[in-house]
Design a protein around this ligand. Sequence first.
Ligand code: C2O
Ligand code: CU
Ligand code: CU
Length: 487
Amino acid sequence: MLTRRELVQRGAFGVSMLCLPSELRTTSVTSETTAAATDLLPFQLPLRIPPVLKPVSHKGADVYAVTMRKAKQEVIKGKQTDIWGYDGMWPGPTIKARRNRPIVVRFTNEIEEPGVGNPEGKAVHLHGGNVPADSDGHPTHGKIVPGASKVFDYPNAQFAATHWYHDHIHMQTARNIYMGLSGFYLIEDPHENKLGLPRGEFDVPLMIQDRKFDPNGAILFNNRDIVPAGDVMIVNGTQQPFFEVARRKYRFRIVNASAAREFEFDLSSGQQFVQIGNDGGLLPAPISVSPLALTQAERADVVIDFSQYPVGTQVTLRNVANGGVPLDVMRFDVVREAEDKGSTIPATLRPVPELRREDAVATRDFVLSFNPLEREWQINNQPFEPERPDVFPRLGTTEIWRIRNDTPAVVAHSFHMHLVRFQVLTRNGDPGLVTAGEKGLKDTVSVGGGETVEIIARFGDYPGRYVFHCHNLLHEDNAMMATMEVN
Ligand code: C2O
Ligand code: CU
Ligand code: CU
């Protein structure tokens, strides 16, 4: 299969090298360092595993409650970093749900931001969720002001998958996620449970992000410049952690939750990842892949088998994107023997229900571009306007969307749709340029500079207004978002 790097090398994206102002070159940051970053020793703290949230009651559905709070967290060894977290944690507590078993979550906002004024407030979005419009966390209508709560219905009528919840407030999403407002939402289903994949303590979520810190460990954020692409790698709210593993198979659910960075992961030992899932859940069959490319908000479920290493081996997970110096992300320390009876990677995982081209009732074109006069990112030459619906798909129908990246530079866009899980048909007209990891159901796809990606989606199960946008959070906050009204 082709990796994204090979596609770039083949010139598949037709990249033109026109320069952009420095604040727009947000996807190509590699080796920029700060004093803080170079001073930090890696692998000082163990991997943090977010606790699984417990229901507060079972009235009608499983009912959960989460409070957004300011807190301090040891992100860097020996330092207390101010964060904003769901239940005061970064990542927030993991929500575990089951297919077709609805849950209800009451989110309360206790984060005051004196002096911020109008945008003050938070919106909670379940990324990957098939949810009614009023539970989708709209950037303006979904706003939860300090002191207020909002109840969200999550029906979970969808396949097992690794999703995540995160802030989505109008124009401040990058900052709010940067401060920590992100957590895992994992759906399981009986089909997946029967496959024999690694489970329990051997099924580990990894939220991978980058940050900048000042020498005291404070998070530095300034969305007017390039800062959100930080130089310090963070996994589950900890700087470059280590994780002690047994000599057996593990499942890792990886989310690229960074603001603007594209990752390409490899293992220092040269071992390939066995990818079993992506944004929409299980792939049709496992694939071997390295490097593993993930653009902003994409997910990959992978299995790594540590049984080939003797106890005492250390294997580093690295980011080798952009041809830069590899950045160490975290380290796996093989420390003990363990039984691995019954955990397998089956040769087939889940047949993906094909959406067929001939079933599409409409084809729509979207152009992603930068407007130098307005200094904003746009979809079809328009900035996001929360009250303006842009397209009107009919409920229950299937459409093809052609997304063209017209940015005159090496800037990829991470195209994300709410409500639906789509399939990627072609890249630059060629189905062969869709990678094996992009097969199956997705909600986010990378559209490289100069590239056109064709996707197909069915617009069920809920009517109403949903946004779609670039998931580079700086682009998203700077107008690269639009609204579909499903009816
Ligand atoms: Cu990850 Cu509109 O969201
Ligand atoms: Cu989303
Ligand atoms: Cu973008």
